[in-house]
Design a binder for this molecule. Structure first.
Ligand SMILES: [Zn+2]
Ligand SMILES: [Zn+2]
Length: 265
């Protein structure tokens, strides 16, 4: 009856901009969207166009948690078929600052002339809510802290039946924040980490709000995470480049996310 599994499916892990073509066939071109199944609960971390690969029927109301509102993280909202299915409820949690309205924030993009209709006009039962922590989704405990990224971005930690997953995408490593972030990610079974840049590219792009796999490994070692999944691949990083980076790192506990990959905790 109960499915006890805590599992992650990568629906999209491209950063900044969707890409397509044969050179992206292995790691994929869809932007950030991660599908978490925890027993009967279904939680999506971010809603890039990877959301279009998500199923639309669930035993319980699914929940979408947005880390922040950069376009690559909300690109899939406009075309997710569930939002147009009458009677199907979805909870969409949006990070807001004081005085901001969650729905109005999304209307900046999803309204004429940028898009033909507002998300409020979709015929499904979409509930847009402000994101705050701690948040409970059935048995899943979700906590969050602000990470170092232009305009802000929520780092999120999901706990379910003794297992822990941490989502740290759109994050630039920061010496001052390192101890707090290591505390937050302490003992994670799986750490998703923004490794958009090589150390060489990072030297040119400091302050852009993204990190490196090497900085992810440093955090992993500090916080004792069991497995590191590198996400938010640069649009310029073809399969050849990502494979080369992965084999250069050459650790069993470090993987570069591939669209469609499933990790069971
Ligand atoms: Zn992003
Ligand atoms: Zn971002």
């Amino acid at each position: 009856m109960h499915d006890p599994e805590f599992q992650l499916t990568v629906l999209g892990s491209r950063g900044s901009m969707a890409v397509g073509g044969a050179q992206y066939a292995v790691f994929g071109g869809s932007t950030s969207c991660y599908w978490i199944r925890a027993g009967e609960e279904n939680i999506f971390l971010d809603a890039g166009n990877g959301l279009l690969h998500a199923p639309t029927d669930f035993p319980r109301t699914p929940v979408i948690l947005l880390s922040h509102l950069h376009l690559d993280h909300i690109l899939g909202l406009g075309m997710y078929p569930r939002f147009s299915a009458p009677g199907k409820e979805t909870l969409l949690y949006v990070p807001v600052r004081q005085g901001e309205n969650a729905r109005a924030l999304l209307d900046h993009l999803y309204s004429v002339p940028y898009w033909p209709l507002s998300l409020a006009d979709y015929t499904g039962d979409l509930r847009i809510l402000p994101l705050s922590f701690p948040l409970r989704v059935g048995e899943v405990q979700v906590d969050g802290i602000e990470g170092n990224h232009p305009g802000g971005c929520k780092a999120m930690r999901l706990r379910f039946r003794g297992k822990c997953m941490v989502y740290l995408s759109d994050y630039e490593h920061d010496a001052a924040q390192f101890p707090a972030m290591a505390d937050f990610a302490q003992g994670a079974d799986l750490l998703l980490y923004d490794g958009q840049f090589t150390p060489e590219a990072y030297a040119q792009k400091t302050g852009h709000g993204h990190s490196t796999a090497e900085a992810g490994i440093a955090l992993m070692e500090k916080c004792g995470a069991r497995r590191l999944l590198i996400v938010h691949h640069d649009p310029q990083s073809t399969d050849r480049i990502l494979r080369a980076r992965e084999s250069q790192i050459n650790r069993e506990d470090v993987t570069f996310a591939r669209e469609g990959m499933v990790i069971v905790l």
